[in-house]
Design a protein around this ligand. Structure first.
Ligand code: KIV
Ligand code: ZN
Length: 520
């Protein structure tokens, strides 16, 4: 029989304390609703006494979000507790969360008081809260730097006063796992009434050990874990919710006795929502939810994963509602990875075609660090536009000179049809491009034009490369000829044919069949 570990989400309270992560009332409500879909057990919606807007935000959540317990934070001060109650009382399952420091550093330096005074105030606060609602959580702030005997006294006293949950925070992220686990074990063994309450942990990440500390606490008796989406929170943040719940699942062999009721498939969505509303980006290498967590870049890894995912993957992205693993194609990627990516895009290449395509790919990957699907699509369109162009040039005549108006006659072929058009322009190339536009009905913007001699001498072959913009798409075209006007027209047609191919590739699957050999 597995024991349930309750997930207390503090993204909207401790998470919102992340510098720069201010949320308005609507945003808080949106996140709270998503947390309910994620099926967290408790939502700490805010610190109501901090401002009227904050109180209202917590109140809205208490009124509208069904399922989880809704709690608000309060110091050991009656006004705080009144405001917390005012905010959470509309919830079907309200909780007041009261806290005060238990370390001498906090007691003396923050409060200027002594241990017994704080203990008495804590007991009074819990009793006061208990008159308002039955579910009272008490947190011993800075527990991990507190005297253990004193802490045990406080815990026993607040339980007697009516606390239902007792939280042992590692407020400054100071604990190391073995020591923290031992602390939780000592509390379980020493405090007489501890089995009457839920023991909770709340770990900060200052030394990067928040998740490890939370997990070892579970093994030693904690049954509520406080954590935040994406690990956001004060300073280096709090324990990441997603890392804790996924670790408990993936390492079932190790954490066999514990489970959470989190709806894992909502993790990805929740994580993205919190990031976009708080404006706190998710580090690319963040465990479980960073974009690189399911990306493979090294050729050896890509090859291994394509043969069998388990070679380099322990988490299935779909488990958390994310996209399946992606291969980041770079110059280190092998043929196998490129072929697989093309197949997923709907292209099946024979060995010889693949070899040619791979050659183009490596050329591009050498210039560009990472090659995306759009790049592969453009490479494919490039080959198709050469191999099976939509429009081909059948006839070209241009007029230009110091005293004449530049004009062009262009004849194009498309399948069995021939189209003829004339136009004038700023020069013969412009005139020819205008004439082509009349035939195709496509009117791209010319953004870049480059001419270079491929060979040497007066009879040199000229190569024209151009950049064309079609709405939001930019496409390159290339053409060669000993006649630079003809090279320019070929480059233009190449760009247009590519555009038509790309539109077709995106629009329907007709082109996504076996690819005929291209001849770039
Ligand atoms: O870090 C902490 O100690 C807290 C308490 C208010 C629980 O956030
Ligand atoms: Zn905290």
């Amino acid at each position: 029989m597995t024991e349930k570990v309750m997930i207390f989400d503090s993204t909207l309270r401790d998470g919102e304390q992340t510098p720069g992560a201010k949320l308005n009332q609507e945003e808080k409500l949106k996140i709270a609703k998503q947390l309910a879909r994620l099926n967290v057990d408790i939502i700490e919606a805010g610190f109501p006494v901090s401002s009227p807007g904050e109180l209202k935000a917590v109140q809205n959540i208490a009124k509208e979000v069904k399922g989880p317990i809704i709690t608000g934070l309060a110091r050991i001060v009656q006004g705080d507790i009144d405001d917390a109650w005012e905010a959470v009382k509309y919830s079907e399952r309200p909780r007041i969360h009261i806290f005060a420091g238990s370390s001498d550093i906090h007691i003396q330096k923050k409060f200027g008081k002594d241990r017994d005074t704080i203990l008495d105030l804590a007991v009074e606060a819990v009793k006061y809260g208990k008159r308002l609602t039955s579910d009272i959580q008490y947190s011993l702030e800075d527990a991990t730097r507190s005297d253990e005997d004193y802490m045990c006294r406080v815990i026993e006293a607040v339980i007697k006063a009516g606390a239902t949950v007792v939280n042992i925070p590692d407020t400054v992220g100071y604990a190391v796992p073995e020591q923290y686990g031992q602390l939780i074990k000592n509390i379980v063994n020493r405090v007489p009434l501890i089995d009457k309450v839920t023991l909770s942990v709340h770990c900060h990440n200052d030394l990067g050990m928040a998740v490890a500390n939370s997990l070892i606490a579970v093994q030693n008796g904690a049954r509520q874990v406080e954590c935040n989406i994406n690990g956001i929170g004060e300073r280096a943040g709090n324990a990441s919710l997603e890392e804790i719940v996924v670790a408990l699942l993936i390492r079932q062999d190790y954490f066999a006795n514990y489970r959470t009721d989190i709806n894992l498939r909502e993790i990805y969505k929740t994580s993205r929502l919190v990031s976009s509303l708080t404006g706190i980006p998710i580090p690319v290498n963040k465990a479980v939810i960073g974009i690189n967590a399911f990306a493979h870049s090294s050729g050896i890894h890509q090859d291994g994963v394509l043969k069998d995912k388990s070679t380099y993957e322990i988490i299935d992205a779909e488990l958390i509602g994310g996209r399946a693993a992606v291969m980041v194609l770079t110059a280190r990627s092998g043929r196998h990875a490129v072929k697989n990516e093309l197949q997923e895009m709907g292209f099946t290449l024979g060995d010889e075609e693949l070899e040619q395509f791979y050659h183009d790919f490596i050329d591009l990957a050498d210039k560009k660090k990472e090659v995306f699907r759009e790049d592969l699509e453009a490479l494919m369109a490039d080959r198709l536009a050469y191999a099976a162009p939509t429009y081909t040039l059948d006839y070209l005549q241009t007029v230009s000179g110091t005293k004449s108006i530049p004009s062009a006659v262009v004849k194009l072929k498309k399948e069995d049809s021939t189209f003829i058009s004339t136009d004038c322009g700023a020069g013969p190339i412009d005139a020819a491009y205008n004439a082509i536009d009349k035939i195709t009905g496509i009117n791209p913007r010319l953004d870049n034009y480059n001419l270079r001699g491929v060979t040497e001498g007066r009879k040199a072959l000229g190569e024209v490369s151009i950049k064309l913009t079609f709405g939001e798409k930019t496409i390159t075209g290339r053409g060669t000829s000993t006649d630079i006007i003809e090279a320019s027209v070929k480059a233009y047609l190449h760009g247009i044919n590519k555009y038509i191919m790309i539109s077709a590739l995106n629009g329907n699957g007709d082109y996504k069949k076996d690819i005929v050999k291209g001849q770039p």
